[in-house]
Design a protein around this ligand. Sequence first.
Ligand SMILES: [Fe+2]
Ligand SMILES: [Fe+2]
Length: 230
Amino acid sequence: MSRVSRREFICLTAALSFLCRFPALAAQGIAGGKAASFPETVKILKQAYRAEMVAHNHYLGYTGRAVTEGFPNIAYLFRAFAVSEAIHANNYARLLSTMEEAVGNVPAGVEVKDTRANLKTAAKKELEKIETTYPDFLQALEAEACDEAIVNCMYSWKSHRQHERKVREIDRYAGLFFGSVASEIEGLHFDFHVCGVCGSTIDEPPAVPCEICNKSRSHFRRVPRPAASG
Ligand SMILES: [Fe+2]
Ligand SMILES: [Fe+2]
């Protein structure tokens, strides 16, 4: 079994066992005082929170820049990703709160360049999360087996992987062929909907339960389009 697929198997098993035991866990919670039992988990949750908030803040900056450059669909894509990242961050903040742990500081400031560069940077960061950041987090979480932490990391990892093929195309072509990539994206017609439980981001109204967290489609919200530049 490959490195990643082994991790996924372990984490899916953990997720399944968590969901089966959910009523009991909901009654127990991971109450304050438990943080001492999960030192590595707390560390990972804080790192994950920071990574998601940094991404959220950057996507908001990229959104504004794309609007002013006249790329409404690219701006909308960035805004949808910003919403999804905020849901991931909030999930980690909620878990840390139940463990009576603070989320920690998030670096201030964002580096916003032109949309061509922002698109390329976004694709690289997304691939980093898919290939390295989340597999490493999930592996580090295995030892303490804190179910809630593993499930939420799986939610984040899977929602980042939803658009892996498109992200790889953008990473490959957004530099030299930005004009073609931009006009392809700007020629599309879509509305983004994001699941409030796991951050799953889809480009049409949900017809079935969430493919990632399996919760009802009622958890999805349509992401409003950014206002056009005046
Ligand atoms: Fe995320
Ligand atoms: Fe979901």
